[in-house]
Design a protein around this ligand. Structure first.
Ligand code: KIV
Length: 271
């Protein structure tokens, strides 16, 4: 029997039990009420209000421009929708790296103003003080290692991270550090599957992979990518479960042509 079916609301503890029982964790992004309602009802364990909202909702090239106020706006809508999933919200770029007091006040704003259950932050040892301070306030923290999109201008590219031993070793140490600090889980983005396997086996907290292979304790994708709304984005790790851009395009074209042909509304669609 699966752990997750027995619970009313997924908590960080449920996730820990899922890892102990070998039950994989399902995580997906959502940024608004309607999508989050569908995602939650489909049995998602974690809904991530990712700063990928900057890309898929606002059309920015990177995740850097999104603000704390905008993240809170998205998170509040998702919180109103989700009855069962644990809701994790990204701390956006510039709201936690500078100093740990600012990190704590950003995390408190997210928790207080949106009603979310946890925050996610990118980085390892270099943000240890911020992670610690947020945790001290009783706010659950999820880490994020490997390809960390907020550092895109440092990396210069979105290719696979930690292929070289020095970077792989730093990632192993960062993962252990995040666990030691008290993080309840860690996202591993775009790293070799073998490294993700090793890290997942070395941690007692769950790892959630995106482009990190099948041995992570769970998987996460961006909803617009997996539903095929985001047409141009087709990295190897992405499984596209639907082609909604085509479905939506067809429906909207039909609507336009029905109006032009004076076929909408019909007599039964009026008062
Ligand atoms: O912002 C986001 O959607 C993320 C996922 C890609 C893990 O951080």
């Amino acid at each position: 029997m699966s752990v997750h079916k027995e619970v009313k609301r997924i908590t960080t503890r449920t996730l820990q039990e899922m890892k102990s029982h070998g039950e994989k964790i399902a995580m997906l992004t959502a940024y608004d009420y309607s999508m989050a309602t569908i995602v939650d009802a489909a049995g998602m364990d974690i809904i991530l209000v990712g700063d990928s909202a900057s890309n898929v909702m606002a059309g920015h090239e990177t995740t850097l421009p999104i603000t704390l106020d905008q993240m809170i706006y998205h998170a509040s809508a998702v919180v109103r929708a989700a009855k069962r999933a644990l809701i994790v919200v990204d701390l956006p770029f510039g709201t936690y790296q500078g100093n740990s007091k600012e990190a704590l006040s950003s995390a408190i704003r997210i928790m207080k103003e949106s009603g979310a259950h946890a925050v996610k932050i990118e980085g390892g040892i270099e943000i240890a003080e911020s992670v610690s301070r947020i945790l001290t306030a009783g706010i659950p923290v999820m880490g994020h290692l490997g390809l960390t999109p907020q550092s895109i201008y440092k990396f210069g590219t979105y290719t696979v991270r930690a292929k070289e031993e020095a970077e792989a070793q730093k990632l192993r140490e960062d993962a252990l550090k995040l666990q030691e600090l008290g993080c309840f889980g860690v996202v591993l983005e775009k790293i070799p599957a073998q490294l993700a396997k090793e890290v997942s086996e070395s941690l007692f907290i769950p790892t959630i992979g995106i482009g990190a292979g099948r041995h992570c304790d769970g998987q996460v994708l961006v909803i617009h990518d997996m539903l095929g709304i985001n047409k141009g984005f087709k990295p190897r790790f992405l499984r596209q479960y639907a082609n909604l851009s085509e479905v939506m395009n067809g429906a909207i074209k039909n609507y336009v042509s029905d109006i032009k042909a004076k076929e909408f509304p019909s007599e039964t669609e009026q008062y």
